[in-house]
Design a protein around this ligand. Structure first.
Ligand SMILES: CC(C)(COP(=O)(O)OP(=O)(O)OC[C@H]1O[C@@H](n2cnc3c(N)ncnc32)[C@H](O)[C@@H]1OP(=O)(O)O)[C@@H](O)C(=O)NCCC(=O)NCCS
Length: 159
């Protein structure tokens, strides 16, 4: 089977699971492919990412990965936090959604995002939210198709 055929069949064979430590280098690789800012991610600093994953695993959130035939091809992070408003409800935020360039447009991102939303529901969250860089109109279309409404403007202050 050619690489293109393997990618086309990928959505049928995709497995979504929680990331484990061994997934860290490949996850960083996926972040790097999809990054808008060169140098933002540093594969040489994999220890920092490993320790971040260990900290995430101690909390209610998760890093989910998409695997096709043993190869990690997608990743996203689900952050879960307590609101004071909304009767002290639990809220979730999705960050760092990336699919390997060779596997895009085959439905893997959709499956990964649905799994993240389902996890948020299972954890009792009343809402899932996300921000996406204004330079990513293709990603915005992807999120809207999944039911996310572009109802707010995101603001960032770099520290
Ligand atoms: C966005 C992304 C996770 C979607 O994963 P995917 O497996 O390609 O998604 P699906 O196959 O389920 O859905 C396809 C849709 O994804 C979006 N998409 C495809 N390629 C994309 C790309 N290079 N960049 C951004 N979005 C893309 C499009 O909306 C596409 O639908 P279309 O037919 O209307 O063009 C993936 O394309 C990606 O990693 N993009 C680069 C990084 C990125 O933009 N991440 C989101 C940060 S907020």
């Amino acid at each position: 089977m050619s690489a293109a055929e393997a990618a086309a069949a990928a959505a049928d064979n995709v497995v979504i699971r929680d990331a484990v430590e061994e997934d860290t280098p490949r996850s960083v690789e996926l972040f790097t492919y999809g990054s808008l800012a060169e140098g933002k991610e540093d594969p040489a600093e994999v220890a920092l990412y490993r320790s971040a994953l260990a900290e995430i695993d101690r909390g209610p959130g998760a890093v989910l990965v998409a695997e096709v035939e043993g190869q990690l091809v997608g990743v996203c992070q689900l952050i879960v936090f307590r609101h004071l408003q909304s009767r002290g409800g639990l809220c979730a935020e999705v960050e760092s959604v990336h699919v390997h360039p060779d596997y895009r447009n085959h439905g893997i991102g959709t499956i990964l995002m649905r799994a993240a939303v389902q996890r948020a529901q299972e954890l009792g969250c009343y809402r899932v939210q996300l921000t996406s860089n204004i330079a990513r109109p293709d990603a915005h279309r992807f999120y809207e198709r999944l039911g996310f409404e572009p109802s707010h403007r995101g603001f960032k202050l770099k520290l």
